[in-house]
Ligand binder design. Structure first.
Ligand code: ADP
Length: 477
């Protein structure tokens, strides 16, 4: 193994200690195929160990004053920032995204821990007027208890931070099962949590197969809440697995974001927004624009400018300077992109740039014009660097096309008319709408979807409420 880093850990992290296992699984660099690490393969028993540890740690953590919890979280945040370069390198190695994006993700991840450290101190209950004079109503907010997180490979740091930051700030303890493609970033975060002085058992990481570690987290009655980010298909399965124990759930599932460009849009700004919304992480984010609806007055100009910019994107190993497009995560991801492009072409789409595989799991950043509104790419999440352009005439048509999806995570549109901005923003059936911007993710705004994109919100002041229960006290005086 040619790879070394002080933050490279290969064992599960349970109750403040590293837990080796006889069975191990490899983690590969998607850019080179190199094996980076052999990680301890968790199973039901190790997941139970972690859940038991989280349960033991709960009473003291829940009783720790918010100020003290906040101080510990703040230290974790500071360590993540101090080690951001090392974590970013690890992240690029196991995930493939360009180093500049990995750096951005680590700071984005850290920002959730900072935010929730701040919010921890503002968890406030309520005193309400009782209908009778000799009674008082108090509403307490208490931590949910032991929580579990199952996270995907596309944001190996951020998806964990925004769950764990909120959970720990609220006084919950947590067991994380990271994606098997990207457990190293999660384990590095655990090492820093430990260094920050978070008490043993508060934050545990158990990599391993979904069918064993994931299933235990979903089924174990000691776990009171599960937060999952991943595909809609797996979200449905987990919801069913959680039903017998009536777990609270947050599900951040798939998307198929529309990106509308109206005639009165600033076309150059829309092109910049499209680049950010579509090609970040090589198109592998759940809020990536998938379908572009462009009004006929600006269609040709937008298509030409976008294709010109996309053709210039530098493709390569994410560790190399200046690279803007890394490889896709695996062969299956590449096959899906190829299938979507072939289907669009069979229905008459024109390739303005890209449109081909480049060896390994790289796919050339692509713009397709004249895509039919019923092509596969307009219905399914592509998770690759392909923009599909559909022409439209009227506002109503664009909104109807945009809403004709089972998904409801993110949508984007560009236009200047104030009346239209409000009409369209209110009509779009999505949890998040970017208006004249292609990027909206940060720790302050509530992230989440509707329809088949799931429920629950992460980040923001609302993200904390997912980890709190209300308790009603009725006092007789
Ligand atoms: P993606 O397409 O982003 O890989 P998945 O939904 O397949 O999305 O995976 C997201 C996370 O869910 C990963 O950590 C994966 O291991 C886990 N996972 C996949 N299948 C299951 C399952 N049946 N039960 C529990 N976890 C699962």
């Amino acid at each position: 193994m040619s790879f070394s880093s002080a933050l490279l850990h290969q064992d599960a992290f349970i109750e403040g200690r590293w837990h080796p296992a006889a069975a191990r699984f490899p983690v590969h660099d998607p850019a080179t195929g190199e094996c980076l690490a052999q990680v301890a393969r968790g199973d039901r028993a190790s997941a139970r160990l972690a859940i038991d540890a989280a349960e033991r740690a709960l009473p003291a953590w829940r009783a720790t004053p918010a100020k003290a919890r906040a101080t510990l979280l703040r230290r974790w945040y500071e360590l993540m920032v101090a080690h951001s370069e090392e974590i970013a390198t690890l992240l690029t190695r196991e995930q493939g995204k360009p180093l500049a994006e990995a750096r951005g993700e680590v700071l984005y991840a850290a920002s959730f821990i900072e935010w929730f450290a701040e919010e921890a101190r503002r968890i406030a209950g309520d005193v309400l007027e009782h209908p009778q004079a000799d009674r008082r109503i108090l509403v307490l907010k208490q931590s949910v208890g032991v929580c579990a997180a199952i996270t995907p490979w596309n944001f190996p740091a951020a998806m964990i931070a925004r769950k764990a930051g909120a959970a720990l700030a609220a006084g919950c303890t947590m067991v994380v099962k990271p994606a098997s493609q990207t457990p190293l970033t999660a384990l590095a975060m655990a090492a820093l949590a430990n260094e920050a002085g978070l008490p043993a058992g508060i934050f545990n990481v158990v990599p391993g197969p979904a069918g064993e570690v994931g299933a235990e987290l979903a089924e174990n009655p000691q776990v009171r809440k599960l937060s999952f980010t991943g595909s809609t298909a797996v979200g449905r399965k987990l919801m069913a697995q959680c039903a017998p124990t009536l777990k609270k759930l947050s599900l951040e599932l798939g998307g198929n974001a529309p990106f509308i460009v109206f005639d009165d849009a600033d076309v150059d700004a829309a092109v910049e927004g499209a680049l950010a919304a579509k090609y970040r992480n090589s198109g592998q984010t759940c809020v990536c624009a998938n379908r572009f609806y462009v009004q006929r007055g600006v269609y040709d100009a937008f298509a030409a400018k976008l294709a010109e910019r996309v053709a210039m994107l530098k493709v390569g190993n994410g560790l190399e300077a200046g690279v803007e497009q890394g490889p896709l995560i695996d062969e299956a991801a590449l096959a899906k992109v190829q299938e979507h492009v072939a289907d669009a072409q069979a229905l008459g789409a024109r390739v303005l740039c890209g449109g081909r595989a480049l060896g390994g799991t790289w796919y050339a950043p692509t713009v397709l014009a004249d895509v039919r509104a019923d092509a596969q790419i307009t219905r399914e999440e592509t998770f690759g660097p392909v923009a599909a352009l559909v022409r439209f005439k009227e506002e109503r048509e664009a909104v109807a096309l945009a809403n004709a999806s089972e998904y409801g995570l993110a949508a984007y549109f560009y236009g200047r008319d104030l009346g239209r901005v409000f009409r369209v923003a209110e009509a779009l059936e999505y949890g998040m709408v970017g208006v004249n911007t292609g990027l909206f993710s940060n720790e302050v705004g509530p992230f989440g979807g509707i329809k088949q994109s799931g429920f629950g919100r992460e980040g923001s002041k609302y993200g904390l409420t997912e980890y709190l229960e209300l308790k009603y006290l009725c006092l007789g005086l």
